[in-house]
Design a binder for this molecule. Sequence first.
Ligand SMILES: [Zn+2]
Length: 238
Amino acid sequence: MTKLFKVFYEGYSASDVEQLRVNRKWGLPGVKCSVCHVTWATIGVAYPSVDLSTLPEEKQYRRLWPVPLDELEDRRRPLLDLLPNGLVPPPGTDLGPLVGTGRGAFCDFVWVDPWTLLAQPEVLERLRKSEVHLPRSVPALITFKKANIRELVELELEPRTLMARAAFPNEVHQCRACGRNDATMPENIVVQRSTIPSDVDIFRDRLMTTLILATDRFVESVNRLELSGLEFREVDIA
Ligand SMILES: [Zn+2]
């Protein structure tokens, strides 16, 4: 039976040996909701493979200042055909590859922030050879100087699992207009078993999109290959 692990790295922010300065090319803005009266943007949802360079309205996806609901819908509509698996991007979704510069000594896995995971391409190749099912990976457009690496790719981690409602101390409400939920990360993470994907071994949660989860197959291979830059903590499944 599958086990699930939270994927994180305590060392990422303390590290001053690796320096990464990156920006995302495009995005969907945050929303000013007239129904729940909250201005917000999601954190963690990113589709680096989505290329907006051919859209006539490409420039408007560089402006990320929060917009009213109807304007959000206008900007979201042209994206629906471009996203994988019929996904509907929430406000604040990051789009396109990372662009920037890097220097220093990097681990096998590299974090931009606690919800954005990159890796050296040959590292992912080794994992694929040990039968780990990885999601699509996209080259980050990073220029390296005085670095131990020349290239990084970003894992396109789709929101797949759903945390069990019972994991949250209070009832979770969702706005019918903008889709915002008021859940905060609970002490004990509990994931609904029926939502664990079978086609991929690393993904993020749909309710808590900053939470990256991996199967025991992923964790065992990373440990066996002694890859650096990741830590794991087992979570509950219900
Ligand atoms: Zn709302």
